[in-house]
Design a protein around this ligand. Structure first.
Ligand code: TXA
Ligand code: MG
Length: 319
């Protein structure tokens, strides 16, 4: 049975989470991006439970969540550029991939034996849990591998119903999409995954150009796999029309009398659309349509991250 520990008892919820984490259990925690399935990053058995629960391919490294730059520097080597990015965007939806520090005791399952580590300082309750535990938390999104990421405690509960899992509830995640992942190699910045912080914001903060990974880059992030974030229904993108028996995921003013229809943002706000994306895909999917038609989403700002997720949701699942 999943247990949801509710937000109006925040102090108890933090203590309960820490107790579970200390004994090597996995706890679902809220972050500003999506809910995470968290374990003590230094405890190999606990981290292995995340992979088992998610049914996740083991070549994927996990993000290590910290409560600030000081803890981050124990795990990763921060040059001046990495420090500048952490100071500009933490706490927040930016993951920095940096060389592993000699002082790191993160389990190798977390880093998948790479010589780099992904670190992020999240906002809110999750950071308080990390501080109370005194250790970083390895936490991928709290969904089964390849499925839609959860932005509410209720989504997590339905994803893992029947599993013994403590879920810490907080308001719905405000960003709604996973963090931006940037790899830092000396003065070189590579965008591994678009997300809550845009490429332009990073370029403005650093004065450097952010490169996109070359097509030869091997899969460095599950978000880079072709089929990911996938509903059960077939997803068709950039639709200007929608059949009556299909589901319609709109953006802006256009409306259809579809079997199941939701609008990501009637006022065409990309920020609002990002925060609704996963929850709406899930709701339309739950209505049992065979096809979901998605309106065109402008390819700028948060629209780049939204389109990235939509393309993967629409990809052929056999790939
Ligand atoms: O917003 C988020 O980032 C959410 C919340 C829970 O924090 N977490 C999340 O984790 O999306 P996950 O595991 O679903 O995605 C982590 C990504 C993966 O794509 C992984 O490959 C990449 O981070 N990653 C982690 N460490 C890495 C490393 N050393 N090198 C390259 N990629 C890395
Ligand atoms: Mg994920």
């Amino acid at each position: 049975m999943t247990t949801i520990s509710v937000k109006n008892d925040a102090k108890n919820a933090i203590e309960e989470a820490v107790q579970h984490l200390r004994t090597g259990s996995v706890v679902a925690i809220p972050t500003e991006t999506v809910y995470g399935l968290a374990a003590d990053a230094t405890n190999g058995l606990a981290v292995a439970k995340i992979f088992e629960l998610k049914n996740r391919p083991s070549f994927n490294p996990l993000i290590c969540h910290v409560d600030g730059l000081e803890m981050a520097q124990q795990y990763g080597e921060f040059n001046a550029l990495a420090q500048k990015l952490a100071e500009a965007f933490w706490p927040g939806p930016l993951t920095l991939v940096v060389p592993i520090a000699k002082t790191s005791d993160a389990h190798e399952l977390v880093t998948a034996n790479l010589d780099s580590i992904g670190l992020r300082h999240p906002k809110g309750t999750s950071a308080k849990i990390i501080s109370a535990l005194g250790k970083p938390l390895a936490a991928p999104s709290a969904n089964r591998s390849g499925k839609i990421s959860p932005s509410t405690a209720h989504h997590v509960a339905s994803e893992f119903s029947g599993t013994d899992l403590l879920i810490i509830d907080e308001d719905a995640c405000s960003v709604g999409l996973e963090s931006t992942i940037v790899k830092i190699e000396d003065q070189r910045l590579t965008l591994l995954r678009p997300g809550g912080i845009s490429k332009v914001e990073i370029e403005n903060a650093t004065g450097l150009k952010v490169e996109l990974p070359s097509i030869n880059t091997k899969i460095l992030a599950p978000g880079m796999m072709k089929s990911h974030y996938a509903p059960n229904a077939k997803v068709i993108l950039n639709c200007e029309e929608c059949a009556e028996d299909a589901g319609w995921l709109g953006f802006g003013e256009k409306a259809f009398s579809a079997k199941a229809g939701l609008n990501l943002s009637k006022s065409a706000s990309l920020i609002e659309a990002a925060s609704n994306l996963y929850s709406y895909l899930r709701q339309i999917d739950d209505m049992g349509v065979e096809t979901i038609c998605v309106a065109p989403i402008p390819e700028h700002g948060m629209g780049i991250a939204i389109n990235d997720r939509l393309k993967r949701a629409a990809a052929d699942k056999d790939l």
